[in-house]
Design a protein around this ligand. Sequence first.
Ligand code: GLN
Length: 502
Amino acid sequence: MSEITKLTAVELSEKLAKKEISAVEVTNAHFDRIENLDNKVKAFLFLDKKGALSQAEEIDKARKENKSLNKLAGVPLALKDVLTQKDVPTTCGSKILENWLPPYDSTVVKNLKNAGVVILGKTNMDEFAMGSSTENSAYFPTRNPWNLNKIPGGSSGGSSAAVAAFFAPLSIGTDTGGSIRQPASVTGIVGAKPSYGAVSRYGLVAFASSLDQAGPFARTVLDCAMLHEVMAGHDPLDSTSINEKVPDVVSASKTLDVKGMKIGYIKELGGAGWQTGVINRFNESIETLKSLGAIVTEVSIPHSVYALATYYLIAPSEASSNLARFDGMRYGLRVDDQNLSAEEVMNKTRAKGFGKEVKRRIMIGTYALSSGYYDAYYAQAQKVRALIAQDLKNAFKEVDVLISPTSPTTAWGLGERVNDPLAMYLADLATLPPSLAGIPAMSIPIGLADEDKLPVGLQIIAPFMQDDRMYKVAATLEASLKDKWNGLLIDSIPDLKVVSNG
Ligand code: GLN
């Protein structure tokens, strides 16, 4: 691997600032590696080499002229294909949006461009972000760089794989019920879901609007925080955007201290049915946190046991409404011939353009919202959602942050769960409660499971708009684990090293 692709965003940023390397060099080094290896990983749906290089040239020029630049200027990033980027294909992993070119930038992309972050291309994902393995992509599955026969998590599996494979130091995912945290967990990287409303949803193609939130992936906590800072902020174009100062996640990531901090591990998330290797690493992390001076206690979130059922009513209900706009009239695919009525065009377009999981969700959601069933399902789910949020609020009266394993298992084999949607949904057990409550949560790598030597993630959950708290815990734990591994966990990534000549 070239030295450049091994660097973190912070290291790249320092070298760029000192003019030791140029943004064009950095961009080319990453494209070289992608061109050598992405035929194996399949992280990208689209590479924008021309756009990225011209962006990089602009940064180099601005730097030469000694213009003041953001720290991340010239640092490359991979973007989940659910966020619009002007004139760059945005498919959401679906055939229904194949060849669609958005006429505008999402606010996230606008913020990235303003900071001078170089966008390499669009990453693969489960169709409309529905899934936990990226196998629901209408194009191809993405593979886990740790073991190419395993899933990279989902729905942001292209973005997690891109960072784990050193195709980019940074990437962006979106998280509705866990789609940043679970892929981060199973690929051994850091991923954060900010507080709901902290990052604008303008130009983020909607799955379940009350839950969707874009967030950063990186190989270190500080890198993740730096991207978080650039993405977040109030946006008048999104009516649910929070008009508050973004918590200072960057400073928090430099504060390596959890002394006296109260940390609660969630009683209901763990135990029977959870992979032993996951639980072992989790328990070790608890001991590490204690040795660092944190006060760790068990906390109960009683209604969290209903989170899965609640989420799988609310998310499909919102999806059934949001996806009504893909009808062959306005965007992308249109199945038409002279003799079809408008209704037939819509039916045929949707039948052909949507995959199996998307259709399943539309049907579940339509059912849960239909008159006669609305009160029994959708309204009931909303009530339970409020109870889960209340449980979490109560817990934060006792503790500063909550922790759990991010996912019940490590990465499973490609194909293993595709025909068993319920088994797939179970991957979200731990990530759903904070999603339903709209509070921030992140995943950091805490080691490898004994059984399969695959990465295990720890979830850290903080109160609303206190994202900095979780970063502080994450950075402190990361630093102590780094000593244990003598480097980053990601440096022990097996498969790609062998084949890499990039
Ligand atoms: N795996 C969950 C689902 O399929 C979460 C997806 C997400 O967060 N986008 O809905």
